[in-house]
Ligand binder design. Structure first.
Ligand code: FES
Length: 123
């Protein structure tokens, strides 16, 4: 790996890391639903059903929908992460089935994060 001497070098490293991440995700958007015990108790199954139904309704096929277990944030369940290739991972909290169409339309399709539901972001 080349030495980082200035901000421009750092930017280049960041860009190549982004490309790598995008390549690893197969260039697809990922939606990850927290399905730990507390997630399920808080309604994660209904949220998952709403996500699948919304994608189906809109004919969106290039999205990988996955589940994850407990991540230690019970109070924010149901949790839904959205990762668009080359963009930060956005974590939405206290997601209800009613929030799903807005997240799909705004974030997945238009690329605008639904700010009022965000509880975390990983660059
Ligand atoms: S059981 Fe709730 S975060 Fe683990």
């Amino acid at each position: 790996m080349p030495k980082i001497r200035n901000l421009e070098d750092l930017r280049k490293v960041k860009e190549s890391a982004k490309d790598l991440t995008a390549a690893r995700s197969g260039g697809r958007t990922h939606i990850i639903v927290g399905m730990g015990t507390c997630g399920i108790a808080a309604g994660a199954r209904e949220v998952m059903t709403a996500i699948l139904a919304e994608l189906e309704k809109r004919g969106i096929k290039d999205v990988a929908v996955e589940t994850t277990g407990c991540i230690g944030m019970c109070q924010f369940e149901p949790l839904v992460d959205v990762i668009r290739p080359g963009e930060p991972r956005i974590t939405y909290g206290n997601v209800s089935p009613e929030d799903v169409p807005r997240i799909v339309a705004e974030h997945l399709i238009n690329g605008n994060v639904v700010a009022d539901k965000v509880i975390g972001r990983t660059d």
